[in-house]
Design a binder for this molecule. Structure first.
Ligand SMILES: [Ca+2]
Ligand SMILES: [Ca+2]
Length: 316
């Protein structure tokens, strides 16, 4: 089975919940910082910002950060501890008028320094306003401040440059959802073992504005509307939506070609008229699949053999 891109059948309720954007930023002093920020968030939800020190940091014992946030969208709620070994709050200030935060945390001596890959501090915000157009701006970002530099320190209090730190805003909004259309049971036209059918509407939601919709058909067809062959019935279609937060959800639709295998004449039994249809189409291929019992695109001895193998079978 192969995975196919399918970008134009998403209909129904789409809403903007969050948008993950990776924007490399370079601060003064060679500080290398990556912001991963959901620009779109749902009003009324909370958002957690992880202040994470990157992997491979050399013997860190302290972190100092100056941050600012978009006060039109976010309301600062609380500071929360990071993960071990960062157990030592040093200072924390919040200036609500300026939408600024300044903080420092550390490791209580004589505990061992950290090599990074750890969340040193968590910040909780409440979403009070719409983030607007989901363009790649950060809602929370490092601030340039002469008094409070963004830096990591070692056990001598010396700054470690480049700082390996990032802000990861964890979106707590609802994940994506997807609902495929109802299962289909259909009869192919007389003379054919293939069903051509409208699959209906797939409804998907998630953080946007762009949702990526893919499908996998169990018969390996790459075109979702390709005919469904009786030889492959029932055929499953697994629909998957992936939103801009990288989260996915799937739903399955089943298509059943409802005819006894080989009944080209449509009278409910595999019999002599079916043989006549196949022989009349011998050696040809046609888009409607007339006479093609096994669905391989040509009418030949294999179709006759399949007919004979099913001789006398009836539609239940
Ligand atoms: Ca028949
Ligand atoms: Ca055939």
């Amino acid at each position: 089975m192969r995975r196919n891109r399918f970008n134009n059948l998403v209909q129904g309720a789409l809403f903007c919940a969050a948008l993950l954007v990776t924007a490399p930023t370079l601060l003064a002093g060679g500080t290398s910082v990556t912001l991963v920020t959901p620009r779109c968030v749902t009003i009324g939800t909370d958002m957690i910002v992880d202040l994470r020190i990157g992997a491979g940091a050399p013997s860190v014992v302290g972190l100092q950060s100056a941050l600012s946030y978009n006060g039109a969208v976010l309301q600062f709620v609380s500071e929360e501890p990071g993960d071990a070994p960062f157990d030592l709050p040093i200072y924390f200030t919040h200036n609500s008028a300026l939408s600024n935060l300044s903080l420092a945390v550390g490791i209580t001596p004589p505990n061992a320094p950290s090599a990074g890959n750890v969340v040193a501090k968590r910040l909780r915000f409440h979403v009070i306003g719409a983030a607007g157009d989901c363009t790649p701006d950060q809602l929370v970002q490092f601030r340039s401040d002469k008094q409070v530099r963004n830096l990591l320190t070692d056990s001598n209090g010396t700054a470690i440059l480049p700082v390996l730190a990032s802000l990861n805003e964890v979106n707590l909004g609802p994940g994506p959802s997807i609902t495929a259309a109802a299962d289909i049971v259909g009869e192919p036209p007389i003379g054919s073992m293939q069903l051509i059918t409208n699959l209906g509407v797939v409804t998907a939601s998630g953080c946007g504005p762009i949702l990526n919709l893919t499908f996998v058909r169990s018969d390996g067809e790459l075109v979702v509307s390709a005919p469904f062959e009786r030889a492959n019935s029932p055929i499953s279609i697994v629909w998957t939506v992936t939103d801009e937060c990288g989260r996915s959800s799937s739903d399955t639709q089943l298509v059943t070609v409802n005819v006894v295998y080989g009944d080209l004449s449509g009278n409910g039994i595999v019999d002599a008229p079916d043989l006549a249809v196949a022989l009349n189409s011998w050696g040809t291929a046609n888009a409607a699949g007339t006479g093609d019992v096994d669905g391989d695109g040509t009418i030949n001895a294999k179709d006759i053999a399949t007919l004979l193998n099913n001789w006398g079978s009836t539609t239940p």
